[in-house]
Ligand binder design. Structure first.
Ligand code: SF4
Ligand code: SF4
Length: 516
């Protein structure tokens, strides 16, 4: 694989928008823990993939850190008790997706003692094999904490080509969201230690931590942490220009390398793995402290909240409790959104709990939302195409989807849409484009299209692996043949040499006889 330069030069991805970031309003106060709620609601699935096997039942007493489910494959991610208490129930509770939907949740009543039992940790993590490290991360419930909640073990252990570099994504480019910035300011050492663990787990030769150019002292803190933790570690901090949505995995890779992750492909195809900075810190907590993923930082912000701030929140905490912990809503709150104003999901209920992928709760007033604007017909202005970072045809996708022509939308690469919301943001007709894309993807997923897509990508990887293995075997065969030839030639030489020496000896002996 050709050598890829990462972050030495910066490139641009297509489309995108320059937005006001509104981040500082939630960064004025230091990070504070959110109070424990009366009940924690823990969806069995908090990641992209199937649920693990449930290991508790109503009435069980649990301690913090105790596994509540067990993963039977890398696609499953266990959940753990965020605190000590009693499992009261296993029943459907509200979740953020699909809108108004429910999913099976364990209901945990905290006992107020907050007892915790650490997972087993290695004496020397650096002596563990990559597979053993990945196993520990899986057992600790690690999923991408940037928002997508993809199972980390599946990302790290994919049978891919060798991983050359690890990119830690700290460029949370969506307005208002500042949980990663707060983490990088408050726990930079944890990120660097996590980066070292993930380097060993992936075999990566270097790590690039990507941050935004408007993140003030974050760069300095990360560089200090690198010097403190391991000045020789191949870890660099790179600042990228704040353009939305450069925090998207494919967009960030393009900015740092100039390369496009192929359609239907993965960053691993380029020898890269991209993880969120919070995922790296959580990897450190699992390996060093035996602390599984039971909490995360959540930004609670927006013009509809009294005291915007970042809180350390136990998973399962209902959103209503966080809104209260941030001073409550302003009088004119119109809508709560999970995520940022561009790609976030409007919430049907404030009883929805925080899960591993919940990075921000945004409170918006009527004037902050486009909902008040009437939806007009498409005027084919092409603005949505201009800003699409995935080089799609948003208006055509929309047209097919409203006509229920899901196959046509899929043929236009609907699954390449990262739901960034740029198209809807600039649409002069206020068409809710992204809602339609989410709906279309949901329908196609139910039809198993994405599984087929993943299977195609996997088959391609395997074919590539096979080709590489064949090439390597051919090289080895040639090398061995060459070595054999050399050996044979060397052997022949020594025989010739021996014959010469024998002849000399005979001659010497004959000469003696003549002399006598
Ligand atoms: S921006 Fe809106 S109106 Fe313009 S082409 Fe796209 S969908 Fe149509
Ligand atoms: S939401 Fe999808 S279609 Fe719209 S701009 Fe973003 S990637 Fe393109």
């Amino acid at each position: 694989m050709a050598e890829i330069e990462i972050g030495r030069h910066l490139y641009r991805f297509p489309g995108g928008l320059k937005l006001r970031h509104h981040k500082q309003i939630a960064c004025r106060d230091p990070l504070t823990p959110a109070p424990l709620p009366e009940r924690l609601w823990l969806p069995l699935v908090q990641h992209q993939g199937p649920a693990g096997e449930c290991r508790v039942q109503p009435g069980d007493r649990v301690v913090g850190g105790q596994p509540l489910t067990r993963a039977r494959s890398d696609r499953e991610v266990p959940i753990h008790a965020p605190t000590s208490g009693v499992v009261e129930d296993l029943r459907d509770g509200p979740v953020s997706w699909p809108p108004g939907g429910t999913a099976p949740c364990l209901v945990l009543a905290p006992d107020g003692e907050d007892r915790f039992e650490a997972l087993d940790t290695p004496d020397d993590w650096a002596a563990e094999s990559p597979d053993a490290l990945i196993e520990r991360l899986r057992a600790g419930g690690l999923a991408g904490l940037g928002g997508a909640a993809f199972p980390t073990a599946a990302k790290l252990r994919g049978g891919f080509p060798p991983i050359r570099a690890l990119i830690l994504n700290g460029s949370e480019c969506e307005p208002y969201i500042s949980c990663d910035e707060m983490l990088m300011r408050s726990r930079p050492e944890a990120i660097v230690e996590g980066a070292r663990i993930l380097t060993r787990a992936t075999g990566a030769e270097e790590v690039v931590i990507a941050i935004e150019d408007q993140m003030g002292e974050v760069r300095k803190r990360l560089n200090e942490a690198i010097r403190t933790v391991d000045p020789d570690a191949p870890i660099r901090v790179v600042q990228v220009t704040t353009v939305y949505p450069e925090g998207g995995e494919k967009q960030l890779i393009q900015v740092l390398t100039g390369l496009e992750v192929p359609h239907d492909g993965l960053p691993q195809d380029l020898g890269l793995v991209c993880l969120n900075v919070a995922t790296a810190a959580a990897a450190r907590d699992i390996l060093f402290d035996g602390r599984p993923v039971i909490e995360r930082i959540v930004t609670v912000s927006g013009p509809g909240i009294v005291h915007p701030r970042n809180l350390v929140v136990r998973l399962g905490t209902p959103i209503a409790d966080l809104v209260a912990a941030a001073g409550g809503p302003t009088g004119d709150l119109d809508r709560l959104v999970l995520g940022g104003p561009m790609s976030g999901l409007p919430l049907a209920s404030d009883r929805i709990p925080i899960t591993k992928g919940s990075n921000c709760i945004l409170a918006l007033r009527p004037e902050d939302t486009a909902r008040t604007q009437p939806v007009m017909p498409c005027i084919n202005c092409g603005e949505c195409i201009r800003v699409c970072p995935a080089s799609l045809l948003p208006q055509m996708l929309y047209k097919h989807l409203v006509a229920d022509d899901f196959d046509a939308a899929q043929a236009l690469n609907l699954f390449d849409c990262i739901e960034c919301g740029c198209c809807a943001h600039v649409c002069p007709s206020h068409i809710p484009l992204v809602d339609q894309y989410r709906h279309g993807k949901g329908v196609l997923r139910e039809r198993g299209v994405e599984d087929a897509r993943a299977a195609r990508a996997k088959a391609r990887f395997e074919a590539r692996e096979e080709r590489l293995a064949e090439r390597e075997a051919e090289r080895r065969r040639k090398r061995e043949a060459r070595e054999r030839r050399l050996k044979d030639t060397g052997g022949a030489k020594s025989e010739v040499q021996a014959a010469i020496e024998r002849a000399r000896a005979r001659k010497d002996a004959g000469d003696g006889e003549d002399d006598g």
